[in-house]
Write a protein that binds this ligand. Structure first.
Ligand code: CUA
Length: 301
């Protein structure tokens, strides 16, 4: 993305410089030419030309709309991750970054990624607003408490890149820094395999799903009639209110913490809230598990 973002930035500077110099030049030129006592010709009377007035509105209009459309295209590209992107979960807190690989590996203030693969970050904060900023990748996204934001990138060069928190978040905000390390895919695999075999995010989520009692109702064999979660993630869900929502991270989170807010059509609002019984870290794991169920064939009760 760096090249595309830079192109917009440079174009903006080029336009600004061009008009700044053109206007300054004309101000000075006319000031000198028509200074008091000069012999410049002042006989022409003021006249207005419809064509000229049209052009000085139309040309800037075309320029700014062109910049708008161009930047919008780049913006959409930057904020909609490709389908083959793999997911990293980011948890911001005063004053560190916790980054989790889908395989379960956890890092603090460091993120190792393989060269050439799209990486989608799903981010949330445990306390205040932070902002995930990697200048070399031209990405910056606020990380908010009680909400998920996301941004993606595809590294094109190996190396170590600065990671900053770009939102003042308290005393040691300036120390909330780290690095993104882009590795050769082979090196990345060996890095990932190094150390203890961690449990994948989805597997930890599956365990929580049982220990928190979710499976008591959301399991095929349960006697309580609750929606089954196979094939739900990423698909449209009809609600009691007649609305249809997409089962994304936000929806899953709300369903766990505010279950009465979006009841699935045909079901009773009997689910208790898990507010206070599940922390941000566990929520991300349960979401990873429900995401993994999303790939299954949908089962209806
Ligand atoms: Cu976190 Cu500033």
């Amino acid at each position: 993305m760096a090249g595309r973002v830079d192109a917009i930035f440079l174009a903006l500077i080029a336009f600004s410089l061009f008009f700044t110099f053109a206007i300054c030049f004309l101000i000075i030129y006319f000031a000198v030419k028509y200074r008091r006592g000069s012999k410049a010709d002042r006989t022409t009377t003021a006249h207005s030309g419809a064509l000229m007035e049209f052009l000085w509105v139309f040309i800037p209009f075309v320029i700014v709309m062109g910049l708008f459309v161009w930047a919008t295209i780049v913006y959409y590209h930057q904020y909609r991750a490709p389908d083959d992107a793999f997911e990293i979960y980011v948890l911001g807190r005063q004053w560190m970054w916790e980054l989790k690989h889908p395989e379960g590996k956890k890092e603090i203030n460091e993120l190792h990624v393989p060269l050439g693969r799209a990486v989608r970050l799903t981010m949330t904060s445990q306390d205040v607003i932070h902002s995930f900023y990697v200048p070399a990748f031209r990405i910056k996204q606020d990380v908010l408490p009680e909400r998920y934001t996301s941004v993606w990138f595809r590294p094109t060069k190996t190396g170590t890149y600065h990671l900053f928190c770009a939102e003042y978040c308290g005393t040691r905000h300036s120390g909330m820094i780290g690095s993104v390390i882009v590795m050769d895919p082979v090196d990345y695999e060996s890095w990932l395999a190094n150390g203890l075999e961690p449990e994948s995010m989805a597997a930890s989520g599956a365990k929580l799903f049982r220990t928190l009692g979710c499976s008591g109702c959301h399991d095929v064999n349960s006697t309580v009639r609750a929606p089954l979660l196979d094939g739900v993630y990423g698909h449209p869900v009809p609600l009691e209110t007649g609305q249809i929502v997409t089962a994304d991270e936000r929806y899953v989170r709300d369903s766990i913490l505010l279950p009465k807010s979006q009841v699935v059509a045909g079901f009773k609002p009997v689910m208790p809230t898990f507010q206070g019984r599940i922390d941000e870290d566990e929520l991300l794991k349960v979401i990873a598990y429900i995401k993994s169920l999303g790939k299954n064939v949908r089962v209806e009760r």
